[in-house]
Design a protein around this ligand. Structure first.
Ligand code: AHG
Ligand code: MN
Ligand code: MN
Length: 328
């Protein structure tokens, strides 16, 4: 018999310090169902999801579905316990009248995959708003990632999934429309070792020597210093890479590279790296910027980027060794 998401959230809410977190995640899950429905019918009013509709704060093309998702999650945030809403699709944080939480969110992750029917998702991170933040709520986003109360991501794919943690393990829930809700699928445990790596190899010429050497050696397989063969998977949607790694292990890398705008990598610390890192660590994996734990990195601003390496602990540690050796 499946445990319902509602029953799980009731357990979470039994801890008074997490009651508003549980209620907020329940509202976010309703917005996710709305986004999944919009994706599955393939059109919003006159435009398709894949149509461009401007640029976001990071200067990246905004798709119609990015905007649709942002509006859905903004409404959900406003009608729950969020005081300040920091979104990839909003230049500056949105401050509501009341609330106890700061929500950092990537309303639609993997936008470049929308028109190809490849899984996309939503990534979210919930931080506490302390009394010291009341004058300037956006300062709540200056907290270290290890202060997150909860984090997770929705995947809009063959299944609508929610992967989340409140700091007591990482669980996956599946939406079963006929049953009218989400149900617990499993608790995630990442294998310590792995044979799969995930990187956009077209950026090879821009990488640091340590990363380049690590990838060269895994590609050499049993003919090289690693003495065993590896496999490679790259989807281009962070949520799809993260779920695959939670399911069967592996390591994902989006390193810093020499292209303009990529000197800190591509992924954003507050609403991509921090929440993914929290879920990965709670499933027994590791997440770093190559050498330093993501959850210990001080954020710079809402849209700050960070290099990101996450997955099976042994490979994340091996990558750090390659970087230290090559920089020695
Ligand atoms: P977003 O659509 O929110 O901008 O995120 C896209 C990110 C992430 O999902 C993925 O891992 C990465 O971009 C892929 O980047 P490249 O296309 O440069 O490999
Ligand atoms: Mn993203
Ligand atoms: Mn996005």
């Amino acid at each position: 018999m499946f445990i319902s998401f509602e029953d799980y959230l009731k357990d979470v809410a039994a801890d008074p310090s997490l009651k508003q977190v549980a209620e907020t995640i329940a509202r976010l899950s309703e917005a996710a169902i709305e986004v999944q429905r919009a994706i599955s019918v393939g059109r919003i009013t006159k435009t398709t999801h894949g149509d461009n509709s401007g640029q976001n704060a990071s200067g990246e093309t905004q798709k119609a579905l990015d905007v649709f998702a942002d509006e859905a999650f903004l409404r959900a945030a406003k009608s729950s316990h969020v005081l300040v809403y920091g979104s990839e699709e909003q230049d500056v944080p949105v401050v509501f009248d009341a609330g106890s939480l700061a929500l950092a969110i990537d309303p639609l992750d993997g936008s470049s995959n929308i028109e190809t029917n490849i899984s996309v998702g939503t990534v979210f991170s919930l931080l506490p708003v302390h009394a010291s933040h009341k004058e300037a709520p956006a300062e709540a986003f200056q907290q270290l990632g290890k202060n997150q109360l909860a984090a997770g991501f929705f995947i809009y794919g063959a299944q609508l999934l929610l992967v989340m943690t409140v700091g007591a393990g990482t669980r996956t829930f599946i939406h079963i429309a006929e049953q009218g809700g989400f149900f617990l699928l499993n608790e995630m445990n990442i294998p310590v070792t792995s044979r799969e790596y995930s990187v956009n190899a077209s950026n090879r010429r821009y990488w640091s020597s340590g990363i380049a050497r690590y990838i060269k050696d895994v590609e050499a397989g049993e003919d090289g210093p690693r003495g065993r063969n590896f496999g490679m998977r790259y989807v281009g949607s962070l949520v799809a890479e993260a779920y695959r790694i939670l399911q069967r292990g592996g390591v994902f890398l989006y390193p810093a590279d020499q292209r303009a705008g990529y000197h800190e990598g591509r992924l954003r610390q507050l609403y991509e790296a921090n929440p993914i890192a929290f879920c990965i660590e709670q499933a027994g994996g590791s997440a770093t910027d190559g050498t330093t734990r993501i959850l210990n990195l001080a954020p710079k601003d809402l849209h700050a980027r960070t290099p990101l390496v996450f997955g099976s602990q042994s490979e994340v540690e091996t990558i750090a060794e390659y970087i230290h050796v090559r920089s020695a």
